[in-house]
Write a protein that binds this ligand. Structure first.
Ligand code: FAD
Length: 298
């Protein structure tokens, strides 16, 4: 194993954090506490998801706009084209631009009913590539898109999924963020395939620290992420030991990141689920240390 030990990691990584828009006051407090804890790690950006079918349009907007207004962080808004016309999306994009938000994570999205197939809105975009093109025409946003190391569940083939990623980047996106995965080789294979397809944009691995194994199993089944058997064995027997589970979880994710680092990865995107501690601990183990307020803003 040639991955450097944690003690030898220089902290030369760049991170970004993903949050979801809070539903209740209590969740709102949790989100802002998480943002407060993670801000000194000076992330490249933080992003806020968009609920299935555009169900969180207002909440996502309000959260992203508040981050842009009240923190030194670069805020990115996820935006999908499910159940929305091009005009409606243009209005959402304009509102972000006016609120000073310059980065959009552009996604096709999934229908609100799990298991249904995506149907484009009659006056809407056909998919993420089409959406990227529309957004890029509207304002000079920085645009990120989704990528799938284990292939998107609806893709006809691995090749057509990669071709689609290339179309999204050619349409104006500058970076891809991956679906979560648990084996480093899964990412490395995907990076090689993308490079062979002529993709030279950065592909940032999405890291999901596992705080609830059963929930992650359910999510993984929906999005085609394989959960290795050894993970089941590691979490087995920890249901009534939340603190031990957190430690196992942090160790696992930090190990994954350490191996990705050994393979040249320097950018990591954390699915925080609005909880700071796991992501903070993992970043710390990778050598990242808090910065003074002035440096965060820079
Ligand atoms: P697309 O890139 O449009 O691809 C969708 C499918 O169509 C793929 O299988 C692709 O291969 C296929 N396809 C597209 N064009 C063609 C073509 N011309 N020919 C053949 N096949 C084609 N969902 C949310 O609702 N809200 C979020 O905030 C959100 N954030 C996410 C963040 C990240 C980092 C990731 C990885 C996913 C996120 N998702 C989110 C989930 C995402 O919306 C779903 O995975 C969705 O099913 C696909 O979105 P996409 O942008 O990848 O779609």
């Amino acid at each position: 194993n040639e991955a450097p030990w944690f003690a030898d990691l220089a902290g030369d990584i760049r991170v970004s954090f993903e949050f979801f828009p809070p539903k209740t006051e209590k969740m709102e407090e949790q989100l802002w506490s998480a943002i407060g804890t993670l801000t000194p790690l000076a992330p490249q950006f933080v992003s806020v998801t968009y609920g299935a079918g555009g169900s969180t349009r207002e909440r996502t907007h309000n959260t992203v706009a508040r981050i842009a207004r009240e923190t030194p962080l670069a805020a990115a808004a996820h935006l999908t084209c499910v159940a929305a016309s091009k005009d409606e999306i243009a209005a959402v994009a304009d509102a972000y631009w006016e609120a000073g938000v310059r980065h959009i994570v552009a996604l096709r999205g999934d229908p609100p009913q799990a298991g249904e197939r995506f149907q484009p809105h009659p006056q809407g975009y056909q998919g993420a590539a089409d959406l990227v093109q529309g957004l890029a025409k509207r304002h000079p946003f920085e645009i990120s898109v989704a990528a799938y190391p284990e292939i998107h569940p609806e893709a006809a083939s691995a090749q057509s999924d990669i071709d689609n990623l290339k179309r999204k980047l050619d349409a104006g996106a500058t970076r891809a963020i991956t679906q979560f995965f648990f084996e480093p080789d899964c990412f490395f294979r995907f990076r090689d395939t993308a490079a062979a397809a002529g993709i030279d944009a950065e592909i940032i691995p999405g890291i999901m620290p596992v705080s609830n194994f059963a929930a992650v199993q359910r999510m993984s089944a929906m999005c085609n992420t394989s959960v290795p058997n050894w993970m089941g064995r590691l979490f087995d027997g920890l249901d009534d030991h939340p603190a031990a589970r957190q430690l196992v979880s942090a160790t696992l994710a930090a190990e994954l990141c350490r191996k990705l680092y050994a393979g040249g990865v320097r950018d990591l995107h954390f699915y925080t689920l609005n909880r700071a501690e796991l992501s903070y601990a993992i970043c710390h183990m990778l050598g990242l240390r808090p910065k003074a307020q002035a440096e965060v803003a820079a």
